[in-house]
Design a protein around this ligand. Structure first.
Ligand SMILES: Nc1nc2c(ncn2[C@@H]2O[C@H](COP(=O)(O)OP(=O)(O)OP(=O)(O)O)[C@@H](O)[C@H]2O)c(=O)[nH]1
Ligand SMILES: [Mg+2]
Length: 255
């Protein structure tokens, strides 16, 4: 019996929660067994009913008042506390086999770059659950060559923290013009195009790093393919789900 936990990670407001909710609906409609977990201890209101919710154990606004912390301090404490409570939550996963969609905190750096994030990933591994990470990017915030590169570097540093199988989702495509999406696709598909576009943004000496950056990006894209979706409109889900199921059913992928 195999379970695949899909950690949905990304910058604040990129659409992690919306993706968790609508991807779960899409999977259910296609008879794929799925459970959802809210691992954002600071979420005040979420637009779906998760099967399991860490806020039952740890709620950041409460910690903020109890310990007189600011919002960011409270999230740091809450994320550290989550580690203590998580085994209880993981035990309550009722799925025997299938996908577990995990919505993560908006302050991604707290989750991704602190020790507690590592411990949380490990707790799922200890429960014999395989892991896939989906990194969500707001496509508008990747629509110039330098923004595109910066987004991919943030994604790559997340990848490097956990080295799990990894998919990048460029979300909110419904908000970008078709020609903008096409332009981004040319950067994805050809290192020469990306290099040309980056060079055009910079002058003289500033360009010297571009060749190295483009080589890194090209290698990273081989590890972490990009899928364009709209989490509100469920665009692009057929292709995204096919990739997720490829990871779920195994193939050559080692978890
Ligand atoms: N147009 C459009 N809006 C979207 C899409 N996905 C999310 N949104 C909107 O973007 C805003 C943020 O979405 P969330 O799902 O809350 O993003 P999040 O990453 O969970 O946010 P935090 O948890 O606060 O970091 C909401 O207003 C969503 O309705 C999309 O595909 N298209
Ligand atoms: Mg959210």
């Amino acid at each position: 019996m195999k379970k695949l936990a899909i950690f949905i990670v990304g910058p604040a407001g990129s659409g992690k929660t919306t993706l968790t909710a609508s991807l779960s609906d899409f999977l259910k409609a296609n008879d794929v067994p799925v459970e959802t977990i809210n691992l954002d201890p600071a979420a005040e209101k979420i637009p779906y009913l998760p099967d399991l919710d860490v806020r039952e154990y740890v709620f950041a606004p409460k910690i903020m008042h109890a310990h007189r912390l600011g919002p960011n301090g409270a999230i740091v404490v809450a994320t550290d506390l989550m580690v203590e409570h998580l085994p209880k939550l993981i035990e309550r996963i009722s799925l025997d086999e299938g996908l577990i969609l995990i919505d993560t905190p908006g302050q991604m750096e707290v989750f991704v770059f602190r020790k507690s994030g590592e411990a949380i990933y490990q707790q799922f591994r200890d429960a014999d659950i395989h892991i896939l990470t989906i990194f969500v990017v707001d496509t508008i915030l990747a629509s110039s060559p330098s923004l595109f590169v910066s987004s991919l570097f943030l994604s790559a540093s997340t990848y490097y923290r956990y080295l799990t199988p990894f998919i990048q989702v460029f979300n909110k495509v419904d908000l970008v013009r078709e020609d903008v999406k096409e332009k981004i696709l040319t950067w994805i598909n050809s290192r020469e195009n990306l290099l040309r576009a980056l060079d055009a943004e910079l002058i003289g000496e500033q360009r010297t790093i571009n060749t190295k950056i483009v080589n890194l990006i090209e290698d990273f894209l081989e590890i972490a393919p990009i899928f364009f979706v709209s989490a509100t409109k469920m665009y692009g889900y057929t292709e995204l789900v096919a990739e997720i199921l490829r990871h779920f059913t195994g193939g050559d992928v080692v978890y």
